[in-house]
Design a protein around this ligand. Sequence first.
Ligand SMILES: [Zn+2]
Length: 191
Amino acid sequence: MDHFDEMAWVDFARNLIPESVRPAMQRHLDEGCKNCLLTVQIWQSVLAVAQGEGALTPPADTVRVVKSFAAAPRASSGVRLVFDSGLQQVAAGIRGTAARQLLYQTDDYYIDLRLEPRRESDRACLVGQVMDRTGKDAASHGISVRLNADNLPIADTTANQFGEFQFDFAPGGNLSVAIVRNQEAEILLPL
Ligand SMILES: [Zn+2]
């Protein structure tokens, strides 16, 4: 089965795909491709948070804010912040205790991060997933992940077979996540 690439599904989820292509992509989903359906679902859930309730396209404000944030020289080079729900909440004036979601993109990976405050305690939970974009199996399996506060390591873990990882920690300082790969520069992702 021929698949569509990830960027095509991003545009599909954003309703930016040309009308000449869209029916073929919809048919591909209808025929039951689980891989592509998962990709669309990830992006639809990301965009649903970005858009708040109801809207079909992200407000221009959100796109502009996300783009300007992505241009800030804080993440490793080659890393793009695709989405940050915190910026959306600021733009909408509803910043609060809700979970925050960020999606980063590199040449090799999508890295999804969800930061969840714990209401009953002073701890917070960070759940993440490293998703391989290259199609090379195992590229994100057993990857090491480190949580930093003010550039000092506070926790280490290893992603599971699905590239998923989780930290339970006491929040404080400027947080960042480092994806550590053998022989290659680590990927630093500010939170
Ligand atoms: Zn497919």
